[in-house]
Design a protein around this ligand. Sequence first.
Ligand SMILES: O=P(O)(O)OC[C@H]1O[C@H](OP(=O)(O)OP(=O)(O)O)[C@H](O)[C@@H]1O
Ligand SMILES: Nc1nc2[nH]cnc2c(=O)[nH]1
Length: 187
Amino acid sequence: MLSLPFILNLKMEIQLHDKHFVPFISADELDSAIAKMAKQISKDFQEEVPVFIGVLNGAFMVVSDFMKHYKNPCELSFIKMASYDGMETTHEVKQLIGLNQDLTGRSVVIIEDIVDTGNTIEELHKLFADKNLKQLKFATLFLKPEAYKKDIKIDYIGIEIENKFIVGFGLDYDGLGRNLSEVYQLK
Ligand SMILES: O=P(O)(O)OC[C@H]1O[C@H](OP(=O)(O)OP(=O)(O)O)[C@H](O)[C@@H]1O
Ligand SMILES: Nc1nc2[nH]cnc2c(=O)[nH]1
């Protein structure tokens, strides 16, 4: 049962820097979507040990919860990419921390918190093209279908959302909001 402070909290609008945000997706909904993705992925990788690669910073919470739901043998690594300045994409995706692991012949699943324009996963797709992988798959907790115009297939999608800026559960607005356990939408 939900406690009163939680119900009150759900109704509360928050402010980060100069912007106001309203509650959008609850912690329970996030957890169900992640659990569903983990179940789907473990079904597809029963015969092998996939390497999950989380995209920092945003994906740290998704990856942490995803790993708790993924019950089969797997490996985990991170890569750090960034392109957003405030609420706008800079269209330039920078790799800030790379991978130093040999992934030859491995099945890799990239785990993103959000796919918006798709610039980040396009850059990742290029980055992994010469790594001689067995296969490369993309998983994301959030997808904005109206914003995503690339041809790269997104294999696992948690929740499709409208094309509005969100924060919380790893996602920030100018550095703030990553520690929120629910997701908020720009008011
Ligand atoms: O599809 P796109 O338009 O490329 O947007 C998606 C990317 O934007 C965010 O990262 P950001 O560049 O904000 O860095 P961060 O993860 O450190 O917040 C998010 O974590 C994704 O990686
Ligand atoms: N915080 C945040 N980062 C993003 N990166 C791409 N889209 C978004 C979004 O809606 N919110």
